[in-house]
Design a protein around this ligand. Structure first.
Ligand code: HEC
Ligand code: HEC
Length: 240
C-alpha cells in the first residue's frame, strides 16, 4: 500500500511538473488580430484548443493543417451545421487563418489515430510486387491501382474516410462487399456518391478485385509499414 501511495505521489509530481505546453506561444501581429476576433465572437464557446472550450464543434488546435482556405472561407462566412454565419470579411478570415496556423505550430491538440503514410504504403506494395509474376492478376491490379487515378480519392489503408469525396478505405472493401458488387461499382461507379465509373476493361476490373483481396490479406503488415517513423508529439502522460 505504501508503495502504491508513493507511486501515486511520484506520478502526480511528474504530471504536474511536466513543462509541455506551458510556454505561452509567441504570436505575430496578424495572429493577435485573429485572436481578437476569436475572443470577440466567442468561438471558444463551441471549439477547443488543447481540449479546453465548448464541445459543440471540433477541436481547432490543429485545424490549420487539415483545412484549406476555401473551407475556412465557407465556414466563416456562411456558417455550417450548428455553427452560425459570422459573415467575416476577407481580412478577418485571413487573420483567423493566421491565428489557427500559429496555434497549430505550438503542438498537437488532441490524441488522434496515426494515419498510415500513403507513400510508405505504396512503396511497400510496390516492393511486394517487385519480383511478382506479371501475369498474376493481383500484380496487374496493383499496377492499375498504385499511383493510378483511384488514389486521388481513396487511401489504400486509412482509419478514416479521406478526401473531398470521403472515399472509403479499400483494404476493407472485400470484407463488406461481394466480388460481384465491387465489380459493379467499378463498372458503373456510384456517381451520386462521388465514385465515377472506373473506365477499366472487364479484365482490368477483375485484376483490381484480385488486388483488393491481396490488400485485405496484407492489411496488418502494410499498416505497420505505413506508420514507420510517426511521432504523435503528445506529452508522455497523454492518452494515446
Ligand atoms: C454555436 C457554436 C459555434 C460557434 C460559436 C463557432 N463554431 Fe465553428 N463550428 C461549430 C460546429 C458545430 C462545427 C462543425 C460543423 C460540421 O462540420 O459538422 C464548426 C466548424 C468549424 C470549422 C471547420 C472545422 C473542420 O474541421 O472542418 C472551423 C474552422 C470553425 N468552426 C471555426 C470557428 C471560428 C473561427 C469561430 C468564431 C468566429 C467559430 N467557429 C464559432 C460550432 C461553432
Ligand atoms: C473521384 C473520386 C474517386 C475516384 C477517382 C475513385 N473512387 Fe472509388 N469511391 C469514391 C467514393 C466517394 C466512394 C464511396 C461511395 C459511397 O459512399 O457509396 C467510392 C467507393 C468505391 C468502392 C466501394 C467501396 C465501399 O466500401 O463501398 C470501390 C470498390 C471503389 N470505390 C474502387 C475504386 C477504384 C478501384 C478506383 C480506381 C479505378 C476508384 N474507386 C476511383 C470515390 C472515388
Amino acid at each position: 500500500m505504501a508503495f502504491l501511495v508513493a507511486m501515486f505521489a511520484l506520478q502526480t509530481y511528474l504530471v504536474y511538473s511536466d513543462p509541455t505546453g506551458r510556454e505561452l506561444p509567441q504570436l505575430s501581429e496578424a495572429a493577435l488580430e485573429g485572436r481578437q476576433i476569436w475572443l470577440a465572437k466567442n468561438c471558444q464557446a463551441c471549439h477547443q484548443f488543447y481540449g479546453y472550450g465548448g464541445f459543440l464543434g471540433p477541436d481547432l488546435t490543429n485545424a490549420a493543417s487539415r483545412l484549406d482556405r476555401t473551407r475556412l472561407d465557407l465556414v466563416l462566412t456562411e456558417g455550417i451545421a450548428q455553427m452560425p454565419a459570422f459573415h467575416l470579411t476577407t481580412a478577418q478570415i485571413s487573420a483567423v487563418a493566421t491565428y489557427l496556423q500559429e496555434m497549430d505550430a505550438t503542438g498537437v491538440g488532441q490524441a488522434r489515430a496515426p494515419r498510415p503514410n500513403p507513400s510508405l504504403v505504396s512503396a511497400a506494395v510496390r516492393d511486394s510486387f517487385a519480383h511478382a509474376d506479371p501475369s498474376e492478376p493481383a500484380a496487374r491490379g496493383a499496377d492499375i491501382f498504385v499511383g493510378g487515378p483511384c488514389t486521388a480519392c481513396h487511401a489504400m489503408l486509412s482509419p478514416n474516410r479521406i478526401g473531398a469525396y470521403l472515399a472509403p478505405d479499400l483494404s476493407l472493401a472485400v470484407s463488406s462487399m461481394r466480388d460481384d458488387e465491387i465489380l459493379g461499382v467499378l463498372e458503373m461507379g456510384r456517381p451520386i456518391k462521388g465514385m465515377p465509373p472506373s473506365g477499366l476493361t472487364a479484365e482490368q476490373r477483375r485484376d483490381v478485385v484480385a488486388f483488393l483481396h491481396w490488400l485485405a490479406d496484407r492489411r496488418p503488415s502494410l499498416l505497420e509499414a505505413g506508420l514507420v517513423g510517426q511521432e504523435l508529439g503528445l506529452p508522455w502522460w497523454e492518452f494515446r
